[in-house]
Ligand binder design. Structure first.
Ligand SMILES: NC(=O)C1=CN([C@@H]2O[C@H](COP(=O)(O)OP(=O)(O)OC[C@H]3O[C@@H](n4cnc5c(N)ncnc54)[C@H](O)[C@@H]3O)[C@@H](O)[C@H]2O)C=CC1
Length: 401
């Protein structure tokens, strides 16, 4: 529990910090990356350019300050961040650097309004937040048998398969003799690439798109085309271009808390759009291989057959009912065989197929898609704790819930 005087100060200053949150975190990144340019490698340059990174940090710190005395409310956010940090090799000493620049940025943006008492209360909140993450990350590293200094391992691309017009699946085998680490369906790895064009090394997370086979890991990478707000996906474009069979890459251990409960027997409902299919496809493959009697529904939304990622692997025999939706179907797409619904997907229209007693629901896709499906499921009477989702990239959904 925060001390009562700190709690009162935090509650009194939350509105002004919230109103200035993105200015504070924007200044924080400028200061910190100016003083420690090497840390630029750790931050997604696309998210920096679009401003999503600073919104996400602001959302996380704000949510923590508000809810830190109610662990149940804050637990999912802390776990999600800790998993992401473990996939990036974040070490405990980095929190000192972040803390110093975050407190300095608060002082710069809010000026004289920051009394010694206010600074002390926010410093306390920051260090509790940091302490919670450091502890969780230490456990994740220990369980994986790695340290932040040894979080990457070399893998070779042993198979490369085009997924329609938009993506490529890469099967990766460790170059040492040991098998790859075990993982849960739904988890992701970070892949490191060198980008000489921007003099940076970048790490990006990719969901594992197949169930474990004890020999390889598979990722599926979509070429991300940019727009006014964000540049082309530098890392995915680089991988799509250069990750030929035989090429070698540094890859993290699998992490991620959006994982199928493989010990349960209750129905599983997977709802994805676009490349968001990847973690849910791994769940589907796991069910086909290891729990063929477990029932469920696999809903996937793509524009059309050419954009339907992992389409060729849908036929494994399972108790899973498929609902494939093309919302911009082409003339060659066959309704009834390769898709079951043409037109915009609205979950409520398919509630009789999708909503099942005792089911767990996993959502993955663009943020507006996940928000719409979550709202629709709650509208159908599904309990919020049954709806699992993970925002890839900065966590703007948690910030908006
Ligand atoms: N583990 C994870 O959480 C992963 C998440 N992702 C995320 O998934 C997203 C996938 O993006 P793209 O493939 O570019 O998807 P996209 O933008 O191509 O959309 C896929 C389909 O969903 C439809 N759609 C989008 N919003 C909708 C809504 N609100 N209601 C109904 N239909 C909707 C679109 O019309 C389109 O047919 C990315 O934002 C990525 O960050 C990707 C991989 C893994």
């Amino acid at each position: 529990m925060l001390a009562p005087n700190h709690r009162a100060t935090i509650d009194a200053t939350l509105p002004v910090v919230a109103a200035n949150a993105t200015a504070i975190t924007g200044r924080f990144y400028e200061r910190m990356l100016g003083a420690h340019p090497e840390l630029r490698n750790l931050f997604n340059q696309g998210n920096q350019a679009s401003g999503e990174q600073k919104q996400a940090l602001a959302g996380a710190v704000y949510a923590y300050a508000q809810h830190c005395d109610t662990p149940a409310a804050i637990e999912p956010l802390l776990n999600r961040i800790a998993h992401k940090h473990a996939s990036l090799g974040i070490s405990a000493d980095m929190y000192t650097i972040v803390g110093r620049h975050l407190m300095a940025a608060i002082g710069e943006i809010l000026g004289d309004a920051v009394t010694a008492e206010i600074a002390e209360a926010w410093d306390t909140v920051y260090w509790r937040f940091a302490g919670e993450l450091i502890a969780r990350e230490a456990v994740l590293y220990q369980d994986a048998g790695i340290t932040p200094a040894s979080f990457l391992r070399e893998y070779e691309v042993v198979e490369r398969v085009a997924e329609g017009d938009v993506a490529v699946s890469l099967r990766l085998a460790p170059t040492d003799d040991a098998p790859p680490p075990a993982f849960k369906p739904g988890q992701y790895v970070s892949v490191q690439v060198e980008l000489p064009e921007i003099s940076l090394r970048q790490l990006r997370q990719y969901s594992l798109s197949d169930a474990a086979d004890g020999k390889t890991l598979r990722i599926t990478v979509k070429r991300e085309v940019g727009d006014d707000a964000r540049p082309n996906g530098l890392v995915s474009t680089h991988l799509a271009r250069h990750a030929e069979t035989g090429s070698r890459w540094l890859v993290s251990n699998p992490f991620g808390d959006l994982a199928l409960d493989t010990g349960a027997t209750t129905p599983v409902v997977m709802v994805s759009a676009g490349v968001g299919v990847t973690p849910l496809h791994a769940m589907r493959r796991h069910l086909a291989r290891h729990q063929p009697q477990r029932r469920g529904v696999f809903v996937h939304v793509a524009a059309h057959g050419g954009r339907h990622i992992l389409k060729r692997e849908l036929d494994a025999a399972t108790q899973i009912d498929d609902l494939i939706v093309y919302d911009a179907a082409r003339s060659e797409d066959r309704l009834g065989s390769d898709h079951h619904h043409a037109g915009r997907f609205a979950l409520a229209e398919h509630a009789a197929t999708i909503v099942r007693p005792d089911a767990d629901y996993y959502l993955c896709g663009p943020l507006p898609f996940m928000t719409a499906q979550r709202d629709a499921l709650l509208g159908q009477g599904v309990a919020a704790k049954r709806v699992h989702f993970e925002v890839f990239g900065p966590d703007l959904l948690t910030a908006t819930l």
